[in-house]
Design a protein around this ligand. Structure first.
Ligand code: G6P
Length: 608
């Protein structure tokens, strides 16, 4: 988490650092700060809250800053609450630095630094790195040797950039398990935690290896490993980036991105359909089709899309699928064998737990497939096979169009696997492909054409401090995603329950006017979920049923019934997801929430 930017060149550093931070804000926005060289040495400006607070301070204190070298940071708080004091950069003695990641042994190191006379002003683990660097620098007098020694003492994950008072206009950096890139551009030389910060300047960057200390000046970039100066790492040329086209006339990115859903699905499927049928790269398809079991590993919304993927793959290709939380999987992997394959789903391609899970599986020689939205991301680069969703840049923290595109791609993949395994005829696959590529975007456009209705439902139902979603099978998986969407941006306490389970505890929470949203599709479990809706209605809950069609008599168990258009019951969940994305959006707007940047969250979670 958190964003890092560093700059040295022939141009003013301050606007470049601020611009870089704005591009990285999706990694965290609890506080921001920059440090830069001036005639009186290194100065720091930092503040809790959004970058605008730091900018205001800069205008007040350094309106004419001409510095050509500095570094900056936008923070998602891990160790130490969001505050001015805990904001980066941190300075101890002659060292000023910023850090992404977590230092697990910081308490031990802190005691050691205190014993050596260093005084701490923050609660962060980062300040310990600065203190340790100051102590080592006193002894060694060389920034590269100092940072190598410091890096060797740190446990955990880190990307660090640092300034040393007496090394004017030079930025140093090093990393372990946390990304940090170097870009030499016509505008100057940059460090960044993510290529996104420099993509307007170059399509080439380098990724320093762990154990390397990098020294960046206006004249060039030097890499030092244990042996001394080393050859630079190979350049990475970015051939494919998501277009970032702003939010246009929409009041929020989230609303714009919900309106992008039909195109996100069309663009994602366009790559993967040939003559009306799913068309996947041979090796990926064959390896997955041959698997004894497919494991889908992801976090958050991406995992919720994976759960729909399980339903599709098991139905069409008859391959057993297990869905795993990456944060659990990496430490408690289920038993798996050489015949199993693994799909890692991620919008960003950078989520720490998903990356670590993938590396763990790769290191065992097992086959990995990435299903990602961000070209050239870590997961895309390292997996054996890559399937891209083409949702475009997703900026709002709450994932919408990426989820819809992931679900659509998994549906198409399941059809492809079904054809490969001959569990599905080519004609059936073609019919479903048409429903997905034509029917689904059209159905979602119908949902988008009637946002007033959804807004009215949100006003009627989201009045209580908590809310429940019920469903069975794939309806439950959509309930989980809908509940997550609503809670993350509205801050209403939401729970999704497999409808049959509520009477084993949760029903105790149902009282008069508690909103319950029942999701019901298909025939198989229709009557069962209807009975569960009746059970909560009998206890005076306020019930909204969202379904694929109207069935006479079902209205007795709901206060309202809403039909979400869909071309067939198998595709109901991808269509209805947009209903719930809008439902969450309007609820959050109604409550005055910061919809695109909800509290405590970040778009890309690069710490465990
Ligand atoms: C964060 C985001 C979620 C996202 C999850 C996984 O929590 O706020 O929207 O679903 O990370 O992210 P990924 O980029 O791996 O899909």
């Amino acid at each position: 988490m958190c964003g890092i930017i560093g700059y040295v060149g022939g141009n003013p550093a301050v606007p470049r650092l601020i611009n870089g931070l704005k591009k990285l804000e999706y990694r965290g926005y609890d506080s921001a700060g920059i440090s830069f060289f001036t005639e009186v040495g290194v100065v720091t400006v930092k503040a809790e809250g959004r970058i605008a607070n730091t900018e205001a301070l800069l205008r007040e204190k350094y309106p004419d800053a001409q510095s050509v070298c500095g570094l900056g940071h936008t923070r998602w708080a891990t160790t130490g609450k969001p505050s001015d004091a805990n904001a980066h950069p941190h300075r101890v003695g002659r060292v000023t630095l910023v850090h992404n990641g977590i230092i697990e042994n910081y308490k031990t190191l802190k005691k050691e630094c205190e014993a050596a006379g260093r005084v701490f002003r923050s609660q962060t683990d980062t300040e310990v790195i600065a203190a340790l660097a100051d102590i080592v620098y006193e002894r060694r007098g060389d920034p590269v040797a100092t940072l190598r020694e410091v890096a060797a003492r740190l446990e955990g994950s880190f990307a660090v950039t640092a300034l040393f008072d007496d090394r004017e206009n030079t930025v140093y950096g090093f990393r372990k398990d946390s990304p940090l890139i170097v870009a030499e551009t016509g505008d100057g030389n940059y460090f960044a935690s993510d290529y996104i910060a420099v993509k307007h300047l170059t399509d080439v960057y380098r990724f320093p290896a762990e154990g390397t200390v990098v020294e960046v000046t206006a004249d060039g970039v030097r890499y030092y490993d244990r042996e001394g100066e080393a050859a630079p790492p190979a350049p990475i040329r970015v051939t494919d980036v998501n277009r970032d086209d702003g939010k246009g006339a929409f009041p929020h990115f989230m609303l714009k991105e919900i309106f992008d859903v039909p195109d996100a699905i069309r663009n994602t499927c366009r790559d993967r359909v040939c003559e009306g049928r799913p068309a996947f790269d041979d090796e990926t398809l064959q390896r997955l089709a041959a698997a004894g079991r497919i494991f889908i590993v992801a976090c958050g919304t991406a995992l919720n899309a994976g759960k729909l993927g399980k339903v599709y793959i098991e139905k069409f290709a008859r391959i057993p699928v297990s869905c795993e939380l990456a944060s659990e999987f990496r430490y408690f992997p289920p038993l798996c064998g050489a015949n199993d394959s693994f799909i890692f789903i991620s919008q960003s391609g950078e989520t720490a737990d998903t990356v670590a899970s993938m590396r763990m599986i790769k290191s065992q020689g097992l086959y990995t497939v990435a299903l990602v939205n961000t070209p050239n991301s870590t997961i895309a680069r390292e997996a054996d096979g890559v399937l891209y969703t083409r949702a475009g840049t997703e900026t709002a923290v709450a994932s919408t169009k990426a989820y819809s595109a992931q679900s659509a791609l998994l549906f198409l993949l399941a059809l492809g696997l079904g054809m490969q395994k001959k569990t599905l005829t080519a004609e059936t696959a073609a019919a479903f492909t048409k429903n997905l590529t034509k029917g689904v975007p059209a159905a979602i456009e119908k949902i988008l054409a009637d946002t007033e209705k959804i807004k009215a439902f949100s006003e009627k139902y989201c009045t209580a401090p908590s809310c429940f979603f019920l469903g069975r099978g794939p309806d439950f998986f959509l309930a989980e995603e809908s509940s997550l969407k609503l809670k993350e941006i509205s801050y209403i306490h939401c729970e999704a329950y497999a409808a049959g389970e509520i009477k084993h505890g949760t029903i105790a929470l149902i009282e008069k006017d508690v909103p319950v949203i029942a999701i019901i599709s298909g025939d198989k479990i229709r009557a069962k979920t209807i009975s569960n809706a009746a059970e909560v209605k009998a206890r005076d809950a306020k019930v909204l049923t969202v379904t694929d069609r109207l069935v006479p008599g079902e209205d007795e168990t709901a206060d309202d019934i809403c039909v979400a258009d869909c071309p067939c019951e198998e595709l109901f969940h991808i269509c209805a997801a947009t209903f719930f994305q809008l439902f969450a959006y309007y609820t959050a707007v109604g409550r005055g929430r910061d919809v695109d940047k909800p509290r405590n969250l970040a778009k890309s979670v690069t710490v465990e």
